[in-house]
Design a protein around this ligand. Sequence first.
Ligand code: AP5
Ligand code: ZN
Length: 213
Amino acid sequence: MIVVFLGPPGAGKGTQAKLISQELKLKHVSTGDMLRSAVEKQTPLGLKAKEYMDRGELVPDELVIAMVEEEVSQEENVILDGFPRTLQQAKALENMLSRYHRSVDKVFLFEIGDDYIVERLSGRRTCPKCGAVYHMKFNPPKEDEICDICGTKLIQREDDKEEVVRKRLEVYRKQTAELIDFYEKENKLIRLDARKSIEELHEEIKKALKDEC
Ligand code: AP5
Ligand code: ZN
C-alpha cells in the first residue's frame, strides 16, 4: 500500500507518519528528513539542496524524484511524507510505481489554517540526533528542551523562522495545492481536520488504513 500525506508546512504530517509507520509497519519516507540529513552530511545532493531549503523554496524536482525512487521502488508498504509536492513529482511517482504495476492508494490531506501553522512551527523543537519531533505546548519533552528518547538537546529548525515560514506557505499554495485536485479526481483523497489533537488524528488515520494493511 502506498499512502501519501499532503498538507501545508506544520500541519502534522511528520508527527502522524512516525506514529502510523511504527504501528502499522509501513516504511516512513520523508523527503524533508532525507534532505536535511544530506545537508548535514554535506553530500553533493545536500550541498545543492541547502540553498533552496534555507529560502523555503522547493528543491528541484529531478533531485527529489531520483532520491525517492531509490527508497520506494522495492517497498511494499510506504508512507510518503512531503512528497509529491508538484504535479511533475506526482506524475513521476505514478510512472515509477506503474513499472511495478502499482499506484498510490490513499492520499490524506491535512487541512489547517495559517494561524495554527504559525503556532505549531514556532513551538516545534526537533532532536538533531534521532529526529524526534516535539512541541513546547502541545507535545513537550519530559525534561525542558531535552529529547526523551536519546537525551540530546533539542533545536529549532532553521526554516521555522517567521520569514521562511511565510515563504513556505506561499510555495505550498502556488506549487503544491494543485495536487489536491489531482488526487481528488482520482478518488484517492481523504480530508482530515488537522486542527484536532495528535491522538484524535492518529485514530482517524489508523481507522482509514487498518483494513488495508
Ligand atoms: P519538510 O520537512 O517536508 O517540511 P514541511 O512539509 O514544510 O512540513 P513540516 O516538517 O514543517 O511539518 P509537518 O506537517 O511534518 O508537521 P509536524 O508533524 O512536524 O520540507 C522542508 C523543506 O525541504 C522544504 O521547504 C523544501 O525545501 C524541501 N523539500 C522537502 N520535500 C520536498 C519535495 N518533495 N520537493 C521539493 N523540496 C522538498 O508538526 C509541526 C509541529 O506541530 C510539531 O511541533 C508537532 O509536535 C506539532 N503538532 C503536530 N500535530 C499536532 C496536533 N494535532 N496538535 C497540536 N500540535 C501538533
Ligand atoms: Zn533524540
